[in-house]
Design a protein around this ligand. Structure first.
Ligand code: PLP
Length: 401
């Protein structure tokens, strides 16, 4: 075990609680727990099996590489999850996809070719795919107008089976529903085209309608629309929460409805990021702190040196902005965040807590106080997703006991 004291503690019971809470909100819909990006920096190895044990039937990752890590992480479980590969197969992925029965989203002919080649190489009769519709995000997916031709192309690969239809909502956290309404209209039109194609060609009916992130799941008006759309098309709804699983509600642009607030309020943070005080000193008024003296003591001050820096993923934008916690109290960052170290102003903190080895909370709670991913995001001008995924691989992730 590394001795440098910068680590992340993962509360798997909080993850399980969040998953069950979201499942209750989702009603009959099935959840795909999003564990891409090393489970949003929370450790795929810890979180993937915990999500499955808490009832997730699907895990979603970005790539086949991540899917293989998820298989490894879940190898001892009795119930094996289905694994959805969100960014489609990359060249060379086909055989592993077929061998492990991963489900890939697809929207290009080269992806179909890769999967068909892989199924053949692996000796598998069929590989399941989710066709992704670009309903307006212009990132990945097939344009609704190109769908009939794509379905014809898909039919030319007898080893590939259309298992689901997928899209991604890009503005589910906006109270103005215009963008989402447009996306839903395009989705409805695409589903109509798929149903027509299925009945006219006698191909197998897909099973899943896969839509929606945490914001869409939390918002009953969107969730119910999706459920109705799935029912009309005899599909089962697959919702794909990510950030909410980790205890962070997406921030809506205006104050959220009572039902969103009620669920959001019950989410529990999963990650706690701590380090320790490694040294303490008093400095005189006027003394410089850190690179380029971006901070100067305005009076006699006490500083704590802590073992964390931007190489651990602590945003350099936190230089002279924001704070950590020591003994449950606020300790502001003083001076530039260095690569491996940072300095806190602990002048106001009772001396008995100021000893080398004292715990410092960077993210999470301590006593009655807490620092959230939203706080870091605000200080650093980013979003909680980036705060979490920036915590580097140098930081050991351990399950909270
Ligand atoms: C990451 C991702 C999600 C989850 O989004 P959150 O906002 O974190 O809930 C859902 N669907 C797709 C396709 C994604 O890439």
């Amino acid at each position: 075990m590394p001795t440098r004291p910068c680590r992340v503690e993962i509360d798997l019971s909080a993850l399980a609680h969040n998953l069950r809470l979201l499942q209750r909100a989702a009603g009959d819909a099935t959840l795909a727990a999003i564990v891409k990006g090393n489970a949003y920096g929370h450790s795929l190895e810890l979180c993937a099996p915990a999500a499955v044990n808490a009832g997730a039937q699907w895990l979603a990752v970005t790539s086949t590489d991540e899917a293989l890590s998820a298989v490894c992480a879940c190898s001892l479980l009795q119930d094996q999850p289905r694994i959805l590969v969100l960014s489609g197969p990359f060249p060379g992925d086909g055989e592993a996809v077929a061998k492990h029965g991963f489900t890939c989203s697809v929207w290009q002919r080269d992806q179909l070719e890769e999967l068909a080649r892989g199924a053949l190489a692996a000796g598998c009769a069929s590989a399941l795919v989710h066709v992704e519709i670009d309903t307006g995000m212009s990132r990945q997916g097939i344009a609704p107008g190109d769908l009939p031709a794509f379905l014809e192309t898909l039919r030319a690969f007898p080893s590939l089976r259309l298992d689901g239809v997928m899209t991604h909502l890009y503005a589910a956290d906006e109270t103005d529903r215009a963008a989402t309404e447009m996306q839903l209209a395009r989705l409805a039109e695409s589903l109509h085209a798929i149903c027509g194609f299925v009945s006219s060609t006698g191909t197998a009916q897909p099973k899943w309608l896969s839509v929606g992130n945490s914001a869409a799941l939390l918002d009953a008006s969107v969730r119910e629309r999706l459920a109705a759309m799935a029912a009309e098309n005899k599909l089962r709804l697959l919702l794909r929460p990510g950030i909410a699983l980790y205890g962070v509600a997406p921030e809506f642009d205006t104050s959220p409805s009572a039902s969103i607030a009620a669920i959001s309020g019950q989410l529990r943070p999963v990650l706690r990021w701590t380090t320790r005080i490694t040294g303490l000193r008093w400095i005189e008024s006027g003394a410089a702190v850190g690179y380029n003296a971006s901070f100067r003591a305005t009076h006699s001050m006490r500083l704590a040196l802590i073992a964390v820096g931007y190489a651990d993923g602590l945003a350099r934008r936190l230089s002279n902005v924001g704070h950590a916690l020591v003994a449950g109290q606020i300790a502001p960052y003083a001076g530039r965040i260095s690569m491996d170290q940072a300095v806190l102003d602990v002048t106001e903190i009772p001396a008995e807590s100021l000893v080398p080895g004292e715990e410092v909370v960077l993210l999470g709670s301590q006593g009655q106080s807490s620092v959230t991913a939203q706080d870091h995001a605000r200080w650093a001008g980013t979003i909680p997703w980036e705060v979490f995924t920036s915590i580097s691989s140098r930081v050991l992730r351990i399950a909270k006991s």
